[in-house]
Design a protein around this ligand. Structure first.
Ligand code: HEC
Length: 147
C-alpha cells in the first residue's frame, strides 16, 4: 500500500511535467531535451519496478505514463542533442531507423500493458511488463554510454 501510494504521487508529478513539456518540445534547448528524456527514462524504470503490484486505476495510470514516454522519446532525441550531462551517443542519428524502431517496439509493449490494465487481465499485464523491461539494456549498450 505504501509503495502504491508513492507510485501514485510520482505519477502525478510526471504527468504534470509531461503535460507542460510536450507542447514546447520544438522550442526546448538541448539541455532541456536531455533533462526531460532522462527524467522520463528514469520514470519508466521506477514505474516498471513497482508496476507488478498495481491494480485497477493505478495500473492504468502507470501504463499510460510509460506509453506517453515512449511516444515522446523520438522528438526528445532531436538530432545532435547531446550535452556534457548526456549519455546519448551520436550513433543514434546514424542509425535513426533502428533507434526509433526500438522505441516503437517499446511503445507497442506499453500499449499492451495499458490494454491489459484496462481489461484487468493480470497475466497479460505481467507479461507486458516483462516485455517492456527486456529491451532496455540492449538499447543502452548500443546507444548510451553504459551505466
Ligand atoms: C531506443 C533505445 C532505448 C530504449 C529502448 C531504452 N532506453 Fe533508456 N536510454 C537511452 C538513451 C540513449 C539514454 C541516454 C539519454 C541521455 O543521457 O541523453 C537512456 C537513458 C536512460 C536512463 C538514465 C540514466 C542516467 O542516469 O542518466 C535510464 C534510467 C533509462 N534509460 C532507463 C530505461 C528503461 C528502464 C528502459 C526500458 C523500459 C529504457 N531505458 C529503454 C535509450 C533507450
Amino acid at each position: 500500500m505504501r509503495l502504491a501510494a508513492w507510485l501514485g504521487a510520482a505519477l502525478i508529478v510526471v504527468a504534470a511535467a509531461l503535460a507542460s513539456a510536450a507542447p514546447v518540445v520544438a522550442a526546448m534547448t538541448d539541455a532541456q531535451l536531455v533533462a526531460t528524456r532522462v527524467a522520463a527514462m528514469k520514470q519508466d524504470g521506477m514505474l516498471l519496478r513497482g508496476a507488478k503490484s498495481l491494480t485497477g486505476q493505478e495500473a492504468i495510470d502507470a501504463a499510460t505514463i510509460i506509453l506517453k514516454n515512449f511516444t515522446n522519446f523520438p522528438a526528445l532525441f532531436r538530432k545532435g542533442s547531446i550535452t556534457a550531462d548526456s549519455r546519448a551517443l551520436p550513433v543514434i542519428w546514424e542509425n535513426w531507423g533502428d533507434f526509433t524502431a526500438r522505441l516503437a517496439a517499446e511503445k507497442a509493449n506499453a500499449q499492451a500493458m495499458l490494454a491489459a490494465a484496462k481489461a484487468g487481465n493480470k497475466k497479460a499485464y505481467l507479461a507486458a511488463i516483462e516485455d517492456l523491461k527486456r529491451p532496455c539494456s540492449n538499447c543502452h549498450l548500443a546507444y548510451a554510454r553504459v551505466f
